[in-house]
Design a protein around this ligand. Structure first.
Ligand SMILES: NC(=O)NCCC(=O)O
Length: 440
């Protein structure tokens, strides 16, 4: 949007691999949606939109208008603000279950060389007006710190917090103030159990209470695995005042059985807070999110970090390329995907932003009834058991904390005791989560 008027179609010979490397835009546009809207005739754009973003109840996903104070905050603090609505069919026996959900994408606020406490507090200050803007909150993987894991330096461990630490306290006040549920992904230090580190999402209830936590359950081999291991919280689904939610942290989005486990435990909305760059997964980003929503009949909220983070000491990424001081451009592009295959456009590829969506959670059940993708869970449970046996000899000593077992048991039991009987041997270890907000 910022530079749309300067854009001209690229020459056929132009090297697309460098076409977005200067300002991280897409040929001068903030998002694919902006690019196509400006480049195609209205009729062609309508048809392209139908194919790329789908139809919800027979119509394009509708933008909705937001109150003026929210728009004023977005102009004043220069963040992208977009809002949409997903409908469901009217049911005879159930009232619509409409919730309003927000995802926040944000960059770090100070250079990675600034004192750590200043870095963290500056992010709080920056995110505060975005949360104020919609009375909704957003998600990023480990949102209160740079993505320092790529450097392999252990100094970033100083930015760990316990589940009830400073960032949780900061968000608890806002959760109470706006009556919203917030998911906050942090680098957790478990002070009660040997100071173990985890990549964790804390789920804060609308009364400021801590509902629970989830620990990232698939760790990519790109540095993170030298800080923490796979989480031990299973696939918890959290009953909130507004709906049943789960968090599938970043790399977990690539694992279909992982995505399936959340719906088997009752999830209606799954957040995917991420920290990832173009070279890894930009082309997979919308495809995997939409696929997760379709295959599991739940809504997905995908969020990524913003910007390029430059670190003081050069490092390599183990790919044979020269040393560098930044990991790469986080392509951001936060958006929502719905169980019927429709989705919202993405937020800016390079600016902070807040995307809000009203969604009727009835759509989850309606799609289950229509397509029946969950009619044959036993097939998948056999696979789950097989995998468990295959790993058994290696993993037998990985006994989760009692507290975690209890947590997993209660979550599983609550939603599907019949299936849990079979799932328990596999999920007898715990995982974690990210950050999002529900309003109303
Ligand atoms: N942070 C993280 O899990 N990154 C993995 C890369 C990706 O999944 O795109």
């Amino acid at each position: 949007m910022l530079r749309d008027h300067q854009w001209a179609p690229p020459l056929a010979t132009e090297n697309y691999s460098s076409s977005n490397s200067i300002d991280n835009s897409i040929c001068g546009f903030e998002s694919l949606h902006h690019l196509l809207c400006a480049s195609l005739s209205p009729q062609v754009f309508q048809e392209v939109k139908r194919l790329l973003w789908g139809l919800n109840c027979g119509r394009a996903v509708e933008p909705i208008s937001l109150p003026d104070p929210a728009k004023a905050l977005s102009s004043k603090h220069d963040f992208d603000l977009q809002a949409f609505c997903f409908h469901a069919d009217k049911e005879l026996l159930r009232e619509p279950r409409i919730v309003r959900v927000g995802l926040i994408q944000n960059s770090i606020a100070l250079p990675t060389t600034a004192p750590f406490l200043d870095q963290k507090r500056a992010i709080f200050q920056k995110v505060r007006p975005i949360i104020d803007a919609a009375g909704a909150a957003g998600v990023n993987e480990a949102w209160i710190m740079p993505y320092g894991f790529c450097t392999l330096e252990k100094r970033w461990c100083e930015l760990t917090e316990p589940v009830d630490g400073e960032s949780t306290q900061f968000l608890q006040d806002l959760a109470r103030k706006y009556d919203m549920v917030i998911v906050s992904p942090i680098l957790e230090r478990d002070l009660k159990h040997g100071e173990t580190l985890w990549n964790t999402a804390v789920i804060i209830g609308n009364h400021g209470n801590i509902i629970g936590k989830h620990r990232k359950n698939h760790i990519p081999l790109i540095g993170e695995s030298t800080y923490y291991t796979e989480g031990n919280t299973g696939h918890p689904v959290f009953e909130t005042a507004y709906g049943k939610i789960a968090v599938n942290i970043c790399y977990g989005k690539h694992h279909p059985p992982n995505r399936l486990a959340f719906v088997l435990n009752g999830a209606e909305l799954v957040f995917n807070p991420s920290a990832t760059i173009r070279q890894f997964s930009e082309q997979m980003w919308p495809v995997e999110a939409h696929n997760a929503a379709i295959a599991n009949s739940y809504f997905v909220g995908s969020i990524n970090r913003v910007g390029n983070e430059v670190f003081p000491n050069p490092f390599t990424s183990g790919d044979g390329k020269p040393q560098h001081t930044d990991f790469g451009h986080f392509y951001v592009s936060s958006h929502f995907s719905a169980p019927d295959g429709s989705c919202t456009p993405s937020l800016s590829r390079y600016r902070d932003g807040l995307i809000i969506s009203d969604m009727d959670l009835s759509l989850c059940r309606q799609l289950k009834d229509k397509w029946g993708f969950q009619m044959t869970p036993d097939l998948y449970l056999q696979i789950a058991n097989y995998q468990y046996i295959a790993h058994d000899t290696e993993c037998i000593f990985h006994i989760p904390h009692t507290e975690c077992i209890a947590h997993v048991l209660s979550n599983l039991d609550m939603h599907n005791p019949a299936l849990n009987k079979n799932i328990l041997p596999k999920t007898g270890s715990l995982d974690h989560v990210g950050l999002f907000i529900l309003i109303e």
